[in-house]
Design a binder for this molecule. Sequence first.
Ligand code: CA
Ligand code: CA
Length: 399
Amino acid sequence: MKKISTFIFVTALSAFWGFSCESASDSINKPDDSAPNPTAGEYQAVVAFPNLTFDDPVELTHASDGTSKLYVAEQRGVIRVFDNATSTAQANVFLDIDSKVDAGGEMGLLGLAFHPDFKNNGYFYVNYTRNTPTRQTVIARFKVNSGAQTADAGSEKILLTFDQPYTNHNGGKLAFGADGYLYIATGDGGSGGDPQNNAQNRKNLLGKILRINVIASESGTYTIPGDNPYKGNSEGFREEIYAYGLRNPWRFSFDHTNNNLWVADVGQNEVEEIDIVTKGGNYGWKIKEGNRCFDASANCNQANLIAPVWAYNQGTDGRSVTGGVVYRGTKLPDLAGKYVFGDYVSGKIWSLKYDGSKATESGDKFSNVSTVSAFGEDAAKELYILDYSAGKIYTLQKK
Ligand SMILES: [Ca+2]
Ligand SMILES: [Ca+2]
């Protein structure tokens, strides 16, 4: 077991960050059609599966296949599967690619997404940092064995690879949108301050949200969706790009009700931010960090940059945002339509209301979860919180 130091993870995830330069919020966000202004409540985090402990969990998801199974991705390169019940006694190994994954700091198995038709085709997709060659991100597809209890580690089809100039800022989340396309978060390549200016450079895949159309056949390839913003461009921009100007998008999710794409982008020296990402959008890094110019002495042309819907300064609230989900479950009606997220360093959890252009704090109170690495959902859209260091999965209860 390759235990990864929390310190390294924190340092890497939250390396540096900035704040000032007020800019008008972009108006292209779709209005939220959630329930009207739910009241604030008080919630406590409780361990959802007392008998289960995971090794550096970074993702929890399900396969939309009519079963009650949940899957947790462990950073070392293992996916475990278990029955979604409080009393579940064990989580079996579903896929083990530990031997090809370089896990440490922010590298490792970082994303897992099941094909929307997984029930019939058995395909799922992962994002991992491989060890040969070193510092290379891999987006790959695997297939379940018959019976669907385990995956076939030999079934790998690599869709896409790209080099990582530095070990940190690898993004890593994968998810299918309601459009059926696979969305992929990438970091700016790493180091601090994006020295290669990758996030603003549309000729590479770093510091982006990518969107591809996976081919669910034996070939395991992908095509570019017809309305990707740079499809067919003559400027040499990568056609996989959906949006750009991101530093280290650490977890994104879609609002099930209106498909808004919520992205948490980890700050550099001062500001953590939440974005609602739209096609072709430029989210500012490294011209801006959050709402302020990152390096005011450098060019800070904010034309066409989309401001975050919400941001917070580094300090007591934390210094490394972890993106969450817009709650659409039924057990906690007071949270309906609110975006629940956290900070890895402080363990603080918040909820935001969104009016279509701007998010505001809901006023809900939550107990902290230390080292919150990700939020997940089950088939009923109930919410889970992953504690990286303790390896525990939490859910929320109203006090
Ligand atoms: Ca990197
Ligand atoms: Ca930004």
